[in-house]
Design a protein around this ligand. Sequence first.
Ligand SMILES: *Cc1c(COP(=O)(O)O)cnc(C)c1O
Length: 391
Amino acid sequence: MSVARAQARINVAAIERNCSRLCKELHGGAALCAVVKADGYGHGAVQSAMAALAGGATSLAVASAEEVRELRQGGIRVPVLVMGALSPSELAQALDADAEVVVWREQYLKEVAAAGGGRVHVKFDSGMGRLGTRDHAEASRVVQEARRIPALQLVGVMTHFATADDLKDDGFFMRQLATFANWARAMKAEQPDLVVHAANSAATLRDREAQFDMVRCGIAVYGMDPFGRDPGGRGLEPAMELSSYVAEVKLCPAGESTGYGRRFTAEQDTYLGVLPIGYGDGWRRGLSNNADVLVGGRRYPLVGTVSMDNITVDLGGDPSATKLRGDRAILIGFQGTERITAEEVARRLDTINYEVTCAITPRVPRDYHRDGRPLEEGAPQGRAQALGTSR
Ligand SMILES: *Cc1c(COP(=O)(O)O)cnc(C)c1O
């Protein structure tokens, strides 16, 4: 396998299998909407979307108008819901791209109608405290209005959970669920084809009652665990591997230091490997003296400060370390029997796995494969690969 300074390899087959796995978790005919916002959580939006659809997802969701445009340009024709707030010009762009949009105020319905109309979902804020209305009566009025205005088609009603990923939650999740379910039941009674949806990945996996007619899964699609645990425990398979290579190996004599601020000084003679990846690639500076890297199937500690373009790892005092020059290095993924997950990196950074893969910058090329084989031409993923080369 060729080496590169920084490379993200994405297994589309893993995304497919994660979606099939999620579909098996659904009951009562609930549909899977795959969330591919933020460039598919750093995995590439178009490729991730195609893999998710191949794995059983029937629609997609994003956060912005620009993200719908990218999917449409990538040849994707399935329904796409824009979940985020839209400025007037963004609303026009989203409707132009045939997206479904989220509404919660009567005034906003008029704006959607004035911008040409389209399909809408009404958002009820059952406790997240961000977008949507907290007021049952207002939510119901917006639903009635959306039905009444000819330019609009009311497709769904939705909410979003604040604590679904917290398994030690004090009951807030259950209260949100009950509040929403009560209101949604009344709306659905008046329009049986209404798509009721609430669950993110965590809610989907923890409670069937939260699945309603559709679930909106993001993190689990990419094989990461919404609860921050080992994804394998839920049958999920990480789709991304992040790698670099050992560009240089040199002796660091006892007492000498490496990197900005001299935050690592060798206690004894040791060989340092230099890997050309850094915070300019999204390997965050908070990982200074605070991460491991796999080389030759073994774990080595990252030492010193993460710079924009380089990191150093301590390969130990044995001169055979010089033989590692040119070897692939894994920052997220498997090597031999060793494994580093996005969840491990997140713990080190005191953040969540979502932020780890989203942080990987556009400087890092995304390469796609299917269980190690190149994507076939002609197959849906082959077509996607052709489209992917323009990124
Ligand atoms: C991002 C997002 C999701 C997906 O959440 P995951 O935890 O990644 O599954 C679902 N719904 C809304 C409104 C979101 O913003």
